[in-house]
Design a protein around this ligand. Structure first.
Ligand SMILES: [Mg+2]
Length: 96
């Protein structure tokens, strides 16, 4: 049987559309035990915290979720990133 590319594309879009329905934190935290967060553009933008990202991270940790940080910014050391998290008031930075 030959796949119909148009049908496959439609199915993919429908699948993406369904997955985008649970973008609220309350739904995500029910579904996952761990969160991997990008730093630039998610936790901070330049030297500014985005929204209340630290508050969200600390809430996730308080309810027993694991939070991991990553970045593709090779100009900073892990210590620099930890210090930046601290500058936004994050109280539990580890360098693991
Ligand atoms: Mg980014």
């Amino acid at each position: 049987m030959v796949e119909n590319p148009k049908q496959t594309e439609t199915q993919t879009l429908q699948s993406l559309s369904k997955s985008s329905q649970w973008t609220h934190l309350s739904e995500l935290k029910e579904r996952y035990d761990s969160f991997i967060l990008d730093c630039d553009g998610v936790i901070w933008q330049a030297n500014n915290e985005i929204d209340e990202s630290i508050k969200v991270i600390e809430h996730l940790e308080a309810i027993g979720k694991k939070v991991f940080f990553f970045t593709n910014n090779s100009t900073k050391l892990a210590e620099d990133l930890i210090n930046k998290l601290k500058s936004f008031g994050y109280k539990n930075p580890k360098s693991d």
